[in-house]
Write a protein that binds this ligand. Structure first.
Ligand SMILES: CC(C)(COP(=O)(O)OP(=O)(O)OC[C@H]1O[C@@H](n2cnc3c(N)ncnc32)[C@H](O)[C@@H]1OP(=O)(O)O)[C@@H](O)C(=O)NCCC(=O)NCCS
Length: 362
């Protein structure tokens, strides 16, 4: 089945192989390639590239997310991809979307036609709020301030596109990079010792996914708080419910994608409670840039340098296990000063900014 978008462009639903362990089809390989190239056309970076093997498990629906994908064809060439992910935590009312076209076909009305189709699909499914995250690298375009009062993005091609179709900018996220060097390692060790000295009554525990049984309840509890305790601006992200089954699915998805994840947590020695955690991840290429994923200190345990402790302890172990990875990339809300203070002290530096956009479909 194909849907006509413009005189030359058509939209096609992406069909996934039925078997969970199937290898990517030729169409999925092309989809992964166009996804990577179109993202690079915006960011100029390749850290977010995913192989077809690493992408495929992210295309399948789970109890948490109903996922649908399409691809755009012009003549015989795939030129874009589109995604609609509906969140079960919002009872199906909130969805994230992505339209990502190769730069060579921008400005021909294709994005407008894809968005119309996606909005239609979203409304049909009962979605009332559509969210988009997209990078806005520095440019000469006039700037658009974040309504949070922290950060701004340029009114570039995709900002203008989203504004034209009724999306509002809700939050700006900073993309930061940390690059390994001897000097950085020395200052990390020093920061770690400082944090460890301040965090009396806590110890560091670490594991690589899958989560050891003893840490499943504590990890699930912290994951749940990750969905509510980080600055959410006006996005209205749903509260997530995490249990042992969700942790198992989360861990299994990383395993299927060939991604190694190290969790570094702070544990209250007296009670055994997990109070803070940090995640670092890397794909199958040992020379690729690593990703910093969640970092959280539970509200009742703030003020003991646990954020700095889990970050520094995580990075120092990471260096031992993944010495060929040149650095780590991370994304943080621009208004999240406590987290940015820690990252800046460790040596993370901003390289770009993302916009988080919202459209009310009611
Ligand atoms: C943002 C994006 C989806 C827009 O797609 P696009 O195909 O370039 O957008 P369109 O061509 O439909 O509209 C862009 C402009 O071209 C104009 N345009 C040019 N030719 C057109 C035509 N034949 N028909 C309709 N509009 C046309 C539109 O009016 C619009 O003008 P404006 O900038 O003054 O508002 C695309 O650029 C992209 O993939 N960017 C990278 C990823 C991204 O930013 N995604 C964010 C959305 S999820």
């Amino acid at each position: 089945m194909s849907i006509r978008l413009t005189d030359t462009a058509t939209l096609h639903p992406l069909v996934l192989p039925a078997r969970a362990d199937a290898v990517p089809t030729a169409t999925i390989r092309a989809y992964a390639d166009v996804r990577n190239r179109s993202v690079r056309d915006v960011t100029g970076r390749s850290e977010e590239d995913l192989s077809a093997e690493a992408l495929l498990p992210l295309l399948r629906s789970s109890p948490e997310l109903t996922r649908t994908q399409w691809y755009v064809m012009v003549a015989d060439e795939m030129v874009g991809v589109a995604v609609l992910n509906i969140m079960a935590d919002s009872s199906g009312t909130t969805a994230t979307t992505v339209i990502s076209l190769l730069r060579s076909v921008w400005g021909r009305g294709i994005g407008s036609a894809v968005l119309e189709h996606i909005e239609h699909a979203a409304r049909d499914a009962g979605v009332t709020r559509l969210l988009v995250w997209v990078e806005h690298p520095a440019s000469d375009d006039a700037s658009l301030p974040s309504p949070t009062g922290f950060g701004e993005i340029p009114r570039d091609h995709h900002a203008r596109f989203l504004l034209r179709y009724g999306f509002t900018l809700e939050q700006v996220e900073r993309v930061s990079m940390f690059t390994w060097s001897d000097a950085v390692t020395a200052s990390l060790l020093e920061a770690h010792d400082r944090a460890a000295a301040a965090a009396t009554g806590y110890r560091v525990v670490q594991w690589t996914l899958p989560t050891p049984t003893e840490h499943v309840p504590g990890y699930a509890w912290m994951k749940e708080h990750m969905s509510t305790d980080v600055p959410g601006a006006g996005l209205g992200m749903p509260t997530e419910k995490w249990d042992a089954e969700r942790i198992a699915r989360h861990d299994e998805r990383y395993a299927q994608r060939g991604i190694a994840v190290l969790v570094t947590a702070a544990q209250r020695i007296e009670t055994g409670e997990l109070c803070a955690y940090n995640e670092l991840a890397i794909g199958s290429d040992p020379t690729s840039v690593s990703h910093q994923e969640d970092t959280l200190v539970l509200a009742s345990h703030r003020g003991h340098r646990l954020g700095l402790l889990v970050k520094t302890a995580g990075l120092l172990s990471w260096r031992e296990h993944h010495p060929d990875s040149p650095g780590v990339i991370t994304y943080n809300a621009e208004e999240n000063r406590p987290m940015l203070d820690i990252n800046e002290a460790i040596g993370f530096a901003p390289i770009s900014y993302e916009g988080a956009w919202k459209k009310d479909l009611t």
